[in-house]
Design a protein. Structure first.
Length: 347
């Protein structure tokens, strides 16, 4: 196992990137209507040349519907997986994730309040939803960690997860209450509770890409600090890590990325739990290899989940959050059982 991890280098990343491109192409091809790969290439060439698509090529379906959706799913998968891996490294908690800690539920609650209350940002139609989702995701994270610290100053795994689950239930209750009194806005609000990236636009792609470039870059610049946290906060402090500043920086970036993803696609759970754990089994705990691998793996996982949501009951489309939650729930039990077993073995 150690040899495999040490051999995880440029060749392995190349294979992962090729896999990602192949899955992206597959997701553009498949759907309610199957489109040959040559038609996709022809449509992309026509778009680059600003020329009409060749006769018989479904240019509008490819360029206006499927391509922005696939790009948005890819970027959201990268962002959510990066957030999960960063939170797990910071908190030294293999179960830490936006969904298990209630951050995604808090962001969805903020987005729903923005819709109901009509919160707007001048000049940006979707700005109010994004700002409220980011704000509530950050406040939710602070509240959960604050309550966990008040109950258990050692911030053990079980305490944080328990508080996160309780907060998720509380946020879900508030969202159900909002939906009950939403009237004609019920359909648009229900979307936030299940997650879906259907109808994604290039504006959504640019929004998630911008957030990933800004906040994702900051997280990737803290690889050394995340590796230091793996051996404990005190040891990290002794080797020169500014613990409080790093914690705040990472948590702000994670909250912002989760908030943006929720504002675009609703609540998509367990991506940040499943993928980083699988990536860690392949690359090892070093965040220099783990974070990039988790980002690519997150994109592939969410693309396959979105494809399953589109194809499983075709022509009916399942919410993508339902698919990721079904997979994630099983994986959550597996990780929880494994961590408990490891804890008993250490005793």
């Amino acid at each position: 196992m150690i040899a495999k991890r040490e051999s995880f280098g440029p060749l392995a990343y190349g294979v992962m990137l090729l896999t990602l491109l192949a899955v992206m192409a597959l997701c553009v091809c498949l759907g309610s209507v199957t489109i040959p790969l040559r038609d996709i290439a022809a449509a992309l060439r026509s778009a680059v040349r600003h020329a009409p698509a060749p006769e018989g090529v479904s240019g509008p379906i490819i360029l206006s519907i499927r391509l922005p959706r696939v790009l948005c799913v890819t970027l959201c998968g990268m962002a959510l997986s990066l957030c999960g891996a960063s939170m797990q490294g910071l908190l030294r908690n293999p179960l830490a994730d936006g969904s298990t800690m209630g951050v995604s539920s808090g962001a969805a609650l903020g987005a729903m309040l923005a819709i109901v209350l009509g919160v707007r940002v001048p000049g940006v139609p979707w700005g109010g939803t994004v700002v409220m989702a980011i704000l509530f995701s950050f406040l939710s994270l602070l509240l959960i960690l604050g309550l966990a610290f008040a109950l258990d100053r050692s911030l053990t795994t079980h305490t944080i997860i328990l508080i996160g689950v309780i907060f998720s239930m509380f946020a879900s209750s508030l969202m159900s209450l909002i939906i009950a009194f939403a009237g004609e806005k019920v359909r648009s609000l229900t979307f936030w509770t299940m997650g879906s990236l259907s109808g994604s636009s290039y504006e959504n792609v640019l929004l998630v890409l911008g957030a990933l470039l800004i906040f994702g870059t900051v997280l990737l610049c803290h690889i050394r600090e995340l590796n230091a946290f793996a051996v404990g906060e005190e040891n990290a402090r002794h080797i020169g890590v500014h613990v409080k500043r790093v914690k705040v920086t990472v948590l702000v970036c994670v909250s912002a990325l989760i908030g943006v993803c929720v504002s675009v696609g609703g609540t998509i759970g367990f991506v940040g739990l499943v993928v980083p754990h699988m990536a860690r089994m392949i690359t090892g705990p070093n965040h220099r290899r783990l974070l990039p691998a988790a980002m690519v793996g997150g994109a592939v996982f969410l693309l396959l989940a979105d494809l399953t949501a589109r194809m499983l009951l075709r022509p009916v489309e399942l919410p993508i959050g339902v698919v990721t939650s079904l997979v994630g729930a099983v994986f959550f039990i597996f990780i929880f059982y494994r961590s408990r077993k490891a804890g008993r073995g250490a005793c």
